[in-house]
Design a protein around this ligand. Structure first.
Ligand code: ZN
Length: 180
């Protein structure tokens, strides 16, 4: 993919995601627009992880569309192609997917997409820990925050090895785990 095509697909993903999440808000006290979150992931990946792969950046922008909006896997494939759609599926809770889609997912997990999905997963956890530290969801007490930090660490521990810089940044955040 040349630079022009890369920019085009990334911006298309931003537009698509903004539209799909248009009626959703984050759980912080100010109820920030949901789209701030996927844009935050793409920003972390590029400016902190030094990642310029358009597949990863587009998948980051789209990473919650399957889970949290009416978007379908087929729609993502049609709009963004198999590679991006498969990374989004990899970072999505897949209980509800068709058997066909799950099979495709298993194939893609076994081959090339895992490294890309790992980057999105780590960036997701980096952004969520930062949000909890800076402006936690309304009503979250200490124990709930600690529980999220610990769960996020388990997820990141499961995908270590491919993105040392992102992992280092996650670990630095985890050391700020709230204690009271
Ligand atoms: Zn997310």
């Amino acid at each position: 993919m040349d630079t022009k095509d890369a920019i085009a697909i990334i911006l298309k993903a931003a537009e698509f995601s903004a539209h799909k999440h248009r009626d959703q808000r984050r759980k912080d006290e100010d109820a920030s627009p949901y789209i701030n979150h996927p844009i935050g992931l793409a920003n972390v990946l590029t400016n902190e992880g030094e990642i310029s792969d358009p597949v990863i950046l587009a998948a980051a922008l789209l990473h919650d569309t399957l889970e949290d909006t009416e978007t379908t896997y087929e729609e993502l494939r049609g709009q963004f192609g198999d590679e991006i759609a498969d990374v989004v599926v990899e970072v999505t809770d897949t209980k509800w997917l068709s058997r066909d889609a799950r099979k495709r997912l298993q194939i893609s997990k076994a081959s090339h997409s895992s490294t890309q999905a790992r980057a999105v997963k780590i960036a997701d956890k980096i952004c969520n820990l930062r949000d909890i530290l800076a402006s936690p969801p309304a009503g979250w007490l200490l124990e709930r925050k600690q529980g999220y930090f610990d769960w996020a660490k388990e997820v990141v521990d499961g995908v270590r090895g491919a993105h040392p810089e992102l992992e280092r940044r996650f670990d630095a955040l985890y050391r700020q785990r709230p204690t009271g």
